[in-house]
Design a binder for this molecule. Structure first.
Ligand code: HAM
Length: 429
């Protein structure tokens, strides 16, 4: 195929064989969020570039290297959203729905765009489900966010495969004091640091803690620890969060090097990671961003949230074979009709059955065909039963109900009794 007719590298089609699993995943998350009182918000996919620069931070990988930015016909600089928090804060501010201390517990879902190097679990267009909570400053809501993901992992059957990592970044003042101490320390070891860390030391020193370079990691062993610089308020907040996780029995590890790649965080940060997906093991991540709303022009408003990567979680479900059987079958019954009179009667009968059994997944054969070919299609559809309407059945005003998955003999059922019969076998199956 010529290059122009291929999808862009790192941007994937989700094919019909895959969408049932996506819909199952999305419905499971949405159903759970309903029960915890979160409401959905939908933001545009494109925003002014300035929004992301101001929120995510000018010297982050996302803003420096990964944004899809373009000029529109008005000459405005626009960017395909690389994440959802910035746009959510913008929307909440623009519509005044967090004013006067109003609590908002929101969630969103959709594609995000980052020009990263594509590999398993890392794409240029990927999908997130994100949650953002405004105007709650205590550790109780940080805990709720983690508790509900813990419940979600159980509902999806992946709880044993994920691990929670936690850290506290403190207030911006505490972080500034720590940053000074870290820079002073690392400057003494400048010649040992890798090139990237030398650059980060000048632009965003906390990100040096993230390094994968063994030499820099060795230097970091003796570096000042963020925990020693935590202010009292952040320390109490972090203790409060840990006490709540302990109360529910959620295991976690404190990772002092967890700093996250976006600049807006303060106090709590966390990541759910798995070792089942190779290098891209973070399936869900977030934290508190108490300064962000003010930084974006609003009144001081505490905020906290996270986002999960749908592709990574789908991969994890597949890897752990936690794909429910029920989603594999998309057709309950398949109606085969032979001859024009049978096709007309079959169509009308199918509509009557649909009226009576709205949940039934009934596929009517299209494109006519011989007994053999229609039957083959019925079988391939995955249906539990084929409904057969030929000359004999037409004469008797009956329809053949033939089990396709070895559940007994074919029965002939009167048209008027078909819905009732299917209700006892196909719908419940
Ligand atoms: P993030 O850590 O950049 O945070 O992304 C959250 C999750 O999105 C990651 O843990 C990962 O599962 C998924 N993800 C990120 N990049 C990719 C990619 N290139 N391909 C596939 N999946 C990816 C945020 O986006 C923050 N807005 C989260 C947040 C919300 N913090 C507070 N509120």
């Amino acid at each position: 195929m010529s290059k122009s007719l291929q999808a862009i590298r790192g941007m994937n089609d989700i094919l019909p064989d895959q969408t049932p699993l996506w819909r199952y995943f999305e419905a499971t998350v949405a159903g759970l969020l309903d029960t915890y009182g979160y409401r959905q918000i939908r933001m545009p996919i494109v925003e002014f570039t300035e929004l992301f620069k101001r929120s995510i931070g000018e010297v982050t990988d996302i803003v420096e290297k990964e944004m899809y930015t373009f000029e529109d016909r008005n000459g405005d600089s626009l960017t395909l959203r690389p994440e959802g928090t910035a746009a959510c804060v913008r929307a909440v501010l623009e519509h005044g729905i967090s004013g006067g201390g109003q609590v908002q517990k929101l969630w969103y879902m959709g594609p995000m765009f980052r020009h990263e190097r594509p590999q398993k679990g890392r794409y240029r267009q990927f999908n997130q489900i994100g949650l953002e909570v405004f105007n709650l400053e205590g550790p109780d809501i940080d805990a709720e966010l983690i508790v509900l993901t813990w419940r979600l992992w159980a509902a999806l059957g992946i709880r044993d495969a994920v691990k929670l990592e936690l850290n506290s970044l403190g207030t911006s003042e505490a972080r500034a004091r720590y940053r000074d101490a870290l820079v002073a320390f690392l400057t003494q070891h400048l010649d040992v640091l890798d090139e990237d860390s030398q650059r980060r030391l000048k632009t965003n020193p906390l990100r040096v803690l993230d390094t994968k370079h063994p030499e820099t990691q060795a230097v970091l062993i003796n570096a000042p620890k963020l925990a020693d610089y935590l202010d009292e308020e952040s320390r109490v907040h972090f203790e409060g969060l840990k006490a709540r996780l302990d109360a529910v029995g959620i295991p976690y590890v404190i990772n002092p090097k967890l700093v996250r790649g976006l600049d807006y965080y303060s106090k709590t940060v966390f990541e759910w990671v798995t070792d089942k997906l190779g290098a891209q093991g973070t399936v869900c991540a977030g934290g508190r961003y108490d300064g962000l709303v003010e930084q974006m022009g609003g009144k001081p408003t505490p905020g906290v949230g996270f986002a999960m990567g749908i592709e990574r979680l789908i991969l994890l479900l597949e890897t752990l074979e936690q794909v429910p059987d029920s989603i594999a079958r998309q057709v309950d019954v398949y109606l085969c009709a032979f001859g024009e009179a049978a096709e007309l009667a079959g169509l009308a009968l199918a509509e009557r059955v649909r009226d009576q059994l709205p949940g039934l997944r009934l596929q009517v054969n299209a494109g006519a065909g011989s007994f053999k070919s229609q039957f083959k299609k019925a079988d391939k559809s995955g249906a539990l039963f084929a409904l057969i309407l030929g000359d004999d059945e037409m004469a008797a005003r009956q329809i053949g109900v033939k089990p396709l998955r070895g559940q007994g003999e074919q029965l002939n059922i009167a048209w008027d009794a078909l819905a009732e019969h299917l209700a006892t076998c196909a719908v419940q199956a």
